[in-house]
Each structure stands twice: as C-alpha cells, then as structure tokens.
Ligand binder design. Structure first.
Ligand SMILES: *Cc1c(COP(=O)(O)O)cnc(C)c1O
Length: 357
C-alpha cells in the first residue's frame, strides 16, 4: 500500500483492484463502484483534511442527522476517455457551483473549490482504468454531502461529510419513454427546493412516478404546483419541446433545476441555427400543437442519458403519440453533437471539456 501526500489531499490506495471482476458488457447503471472514494469531513466549523481511501462501507451513528431530517445534496457528472487514453470531465465548474447552491439552500456549509477540484481530479485519475473509451462509455461521478452529527434535535447539523464516488457506465438504449403530465402531484413549489439537487426531491418523486408506471408511463412531466398549466421538467431531466422548427424550454426558477445539459443543448442548438425560445410553456399549447400536427418532438435533457426522447404523453386521459423522426430529429442530432464534444471527437468552441491530468 503506497500512501501519497499532496498539498491537501491524503491518498490511501486500495491493496488490489476490483476492475478485473467487472463485466463491461453487462453493467447496470449505478451498481458498480471503482476502487476509491473521496471524503472530507466538516467539524468544528472547518473542513478537515480531505482524503481518498479504498471504496467501502463506513460506520455512521443511527442518530446522524441526515437519516432524520434529510440534509443531503448531490451532483451527477461524467468523465470520458478519448481514443488516445486522455480523460475529460464535462463542465465540472457548473457542478461545483451548483452543489454549493444546493448546500446553501439546505443550510449546509459550502465546499472549498481547491478541495473539490483536487479531490475530483485525483480520484478520476486514480481510477481512470475504469473508464472505457468509445462513444457512450463513461465514468459517472457522484459528489454528495450529508449531515453526520449524531444528534436528533431538529436543527442544522454541526458536522458534515463531503464525498465523491464513481461508477462506470456503458451505453444502453432504453428506448423512448412515454410520459404522464402531472395534474395533481408536484415536484417542487415556489420558495421550495426544486432548484437544488436535494436528495429529498427524488424521494418525493418516487411515489407519483410509481403510480404513473402502473398506468404504463415511465416518467412524469411535472407542471407548476400552483396551476398545473405550465410544463416544467420531465422526471429528473429538463424538458424541451419542438413546435415546427423551434425548440422551447422553460426558464429556470425556484422550481426548475438549472441543468448543465439543458444549458449545453440550448447553446448547441443556437450554434446550429435552431431557434430556441426560453419561456413558460402551457400544457394546452402542447396539446394543441399535437392536435394540429406542429408538435414534432419532446425530449428530456440530463447528464445520465444526455437526451431522452419522448414518444407519447397523456393529459386528461387522452394519449398523444409523437411520430418518430429517427436520426433527422433535433434530439438525435443534438445528442450526437454533445457526445462528440464530450468524447473529444469534435471541436469544443465553448471550452466545455476539462482535461484530467
Ligand atoms: C440533475 C437534474 C437535472 C439535469 O441536470 P444536468 O446538470 O443536466 O445533469 C434536471 N432536473 C433535475 C430535477 C435534476 O435533479
């Protein structure tokens, strides 16, 4: 076991790698983890020495506040390897800024920039043999922070743990999804935590999503909590609608997460001469466009799937099917462009690739 010290970071290497036991042909998303993990505790008002240790279980007291009051936030990002073996992250600065926004909303301390980037790069570098080259392969990187103080009084924790774990992912096409437009349940509300990547947002989505799945829909398109007349997000992704040749997506707000993929899709669409409107979108507008044949595409945008095409939606017991445009659709074209930038196969004029050295 070799122990390396860098400026801040203490690295304890795993005695042996689990990599040889991994079947990359048959990877379920998020079930396999690399050899190492990053962790850093916040104690006595300060972030302590960050460290990388072998991935594994960690002891926690059952009274840790995260289990009772849900002070937990996370991020999702990916690392890619090109055919020369060089490794890149995609816009990690965005994820760093967003996790600190999420922390602030949950009364958790912000994580220092140097710790984040040194930990992230060292970890990804250490476990880079886990990244397969080839479009669609990547390493899913999951930073998160939790309240660990063993006190069950309902108040913000005095101690926290910031961690990063990594999971290899291979491309697998799940097919298009059918979605139900929410008329009763809400994902978020004005003044709430919808814009934060708070763990509890996901917990609150599981039940309505399960009901939708029982009706034959994989996901829900969330509408605004006040009127259920505005289309906001698709499952855990931002959502885009194409009417005629214009792409429309809702503006970010308290209720809508400011997705890195959403931002990148808007920019790429504009770079390619596609008109993009960022404005509130009414449910009835989409229903009408579906009925008069001008609704061409709906897709979700997020790190995990990049772009996920929607083939049908149900609203008020009526099912609207959307014709398949195949490789000619904006969804397929924009996804291809995103993947090519991520995998260092095309020009990166906005400097989105972040080389990991
Ligand atoms: C993470 C997330 C997204 C997508 O964000 P990306 O930065 O593109 O991965 C969209 N909506 C919600 C609710 C999310 O949690």
């Amino acid at each position: 076991m070799s122990n390396i010290h860098t400026s801040n970071l203490h690295v304890e290497k795993a005695a042996s790698s689990k990599l040889k036991d991994v079947n990359f042909e048959n990877l379920a998303f998020g079930k396999t983890f690399t050899d190492h993990m990053f962790m850093c505790d916040f104690v006595d008002g300060e972030w302590q020495q960050p460290k990388i240790v072998p991935y594994g279980a960690m002891p926690m007291e059952p009274s840790a506040r995260v289990f009772h009051y849900g002070q937990a936030v996370f991020e999702g990002m990916k690392a890619y390897k090109d055919e020369h073996g060089d490794v890149f992250l995609f816009r990690p600065e965005e994820n760093f800024e967003r996790i600190n926004k999420s922390c602030a909303r949950l009364a958790m301390p912000e994580f220092p920039r140097e710790f984040f980037f040194e930990g992230l790069e060292t970890l990804v570098n250490l476990d880079k043999d886990w990244i397969q080259s080839g479009v669609g392969n990547s390493l899913y990187v999951r930073p998160f922070a939790i309240a660990i103080e063993p006190v069950i009084a309902a108040a913000p924790s005095q101690s926290y743990r910031f961690m990063i774990i990594c999971s290899p992912v291979s491309p697998y096409y799940k097919g298009k999804v059918r979605v139900l437009i929410a008329e009763h349940f809400s994902r978020s509300a004005d003044g709430g935590v919808g814009y934060a990547k708070a763990a509890g947002n996901y917990a609150a989505q599981f039940y309505p999503t399960k009901l939708a799945q029982e009706k034959g829909y994989q996901q829900i398109i969330w509408t605004d909590s006040n009127t259920h007349t505005l289309l906001e997000e698709a499952g855990t992704m931002n959502v885009f609608f194409r009417i005629n040749d214009t792409l429309i997506t809702a503006p970010t707000s308290d209720r809508i997460l400011d997705g890195v993929t959403r931002k990148s899709v808007i920019q790429l669409a504009q770079d390619n001469g596609i008109d993009v409107e960022v404005r509130p979108i009414k449910v009835h507008e989409i229903v009408e466009a579906s009925e008069n044949g001008t609704l061409k595409e709906i897709f979700g945008a997020g790190t995990a799937a990049v772009i996920s095409e929607i083939s049908a939606f149900e609203y008020r017991d009526k099912v609207h099917e959307i014709a398949d445009l195949g490789q000619n659709g904006y969804a397929a074209q924009l996804k291809q462009k995103m993947l090519h930038i991520q995998h260092n196969l095309s020009e990166d004029k906005h400097n989105w690739r972040y080389p990991v050295k």
